[in-house]
Ligand binder design. Structure first.
Ligand code: FES
Length: 115
């Protein structure tokens, strides 16, 4: 079984590094939506000072995961409770519905997203 929904706002893999903002703007334990210039977006999470990015899209019905609750490294979709590992994009609820993750680094306090 494939994904039940297609993410039309998934950033294309282009080998680019994009500066998306200051690390202090995303407090530990929180998520943030990062919208890129082309209209695509990722969900960025701060897990105790470590940053992770995944598709901002729950493959169940498309709810944006950045707005969902983060517990340690697991984000639980607000809509119907599907759970994802923000470090890997793995879907705990339905492993075949795992989503993409993106590398994130912090340089001089700035968040760098690698797509
Ligand atoms: S949209 Fe249903 S669990 Fe996320």
């Amino acid at each position: 079984m494939g994904k039940s929904r297609e993410n039309k706002r998934k950033p294309p893999r282009e080998g680019r590094t994009i500066t998306v903002g200051r690390a202090e703007a995303v407090p530990p334990g929180r998520g943030a939506t990062v919208q890129l210039k082309d209209g695509s977006e990722v969900a960025l999470f701060n897990v105790g000072g470590r940053f992770f990015a995944i598709e901002n899209f729950c493959p169940h019905k498309g709810y944006p995961l950045a707005d969902s609750k983060l517990r340690d490294t697991t984000v639980e979709c607000e809509f119907h409770g599907w759970k994802f590992d923000v470090t890997s994009g793995e879907c705990f609820t339905k492993p075949q519905c795992s989503i993409d993750r993106y590398d994130v680094t912090i340089e001089d306090g700035m968040i760098k997203l690698h797509v």
